[in-house]
Design a protein around this ligand. Structure first.
Ligand code: AMP
Length: 247
């Protein structure tokens, strides 16, 4: 699938030439997705990508891919980043910004993009503004998914991720046909380290302290669009599609 190719490119620094071959969109959408961990941003990113073609670019995916490839040759910076991730803490702004800069070609993508999990602090947002200025890119909108905290915890603790294709299932809302096995590719489903209860509490607290202020930052720029993430993925996508028609 074309999106998988694109993801592969994003996961590597200087990762080669993008091989997408699906149609060029009418207008490439350039979006940032905000919302607490587990709220369903990744799922919405996939659905938006299917319809509008923009590439989902998740910084969390980059760290998880590096962790999966860990054969003792990870540099000290990436090792530190992965340790922070396992505990539900944020990776330092310096490392994340460097990682996005190394992949800036994906921001110039003719299909547009959706940044998922970046920026996560006001300093990261300012660094992103600088990157956009250098590249001559203007953001279209920031989609901010909102949901009650208890519901977010329920969504996160039931999430299971495929080791092979990274698709997520949910034990209650989207159970796999066969227990422990990914519907999409037959890979093994597992619970991410940072989806364990202690790490979940930590991540939600970090979100409130470090990421919530971004709502004000982007509202002041006239870019913020709030979307209530209550309901099924399809229902939330309907609301998203409706909002995107105004962008
Ligand atoms: P996510 O998949 O977006 O929930 O990211 C998983 C983890 O990766 C986070 O809990 C952080 O430890 C780390 N991470 C991903 N993106 C960032 C970012 N922009 N800034 C700091 N840490 C990040």
């Amino acid at each position: 699938m074309a999106v998988a190719n694109t993801r592969g490119i994003w996961l590597q620094p200087n990762g080669g030439t993008c091989t997408r071959t699906d149609c060029h969109p009418h207008r490439p959408l350039k979006l940032v997705l905000l919302g607490a961990p587990g709220i369903g941003k990744g799922t919405q990113a996939d659905m938006i990508s299917d319809e509008f073609k923009s590439c989902p670019l998740s910084t969390g995916d980059v760290f998880r891919a590096a962790k999966g490839a860990d054969d003792g040759r990870l540099g000290p910076a990436m090792q530190k980043a992965i340790n922070a991730m396992k505990q539900g803490l944020l990776v330092s702004d310096e490392i994340v910004v460097a990682l996005v800069e190394e992949r800036a070609r994906c921001l110039n993508c003719g299909y547009g993009f959706m940044l998922d999990g970046f920026p996560r602090t006001v300093d990261q947002a300012k660094a992103l503004d600088d990157i956009f200025d250098k590249l001559g890119i203007e953001l279209d909108a920031v989609l901010n998914y909102t949901l009650d905290k208890e519901e977010v915890i329920k969504r996160l603790s039931g999430r299971r991720t495929c080791r092979a294709c990274k698709k997520t299932h949910h034990l209650v809302f989207d159970p796999p046909r066969k227990e422990g096995v990914c519907d999409a590719c037959g890979g093994e489903l597992f619970q991410r380290d940072d989806d364990q209860p202690e790490a979940i509490r930590q991540r939600l607290q970090v979100y409130e302290e470090s990421t919530r202020p971004l709502e004000e930052y982007y509202a002041a720029k006239g870019l913020l669009i709030n979307i209530n993430a209550d309901g099924t993925p399809e229902e939330v996508f309907e609301k998203t599609r409706e909002k995107l028609t105004t962008v």
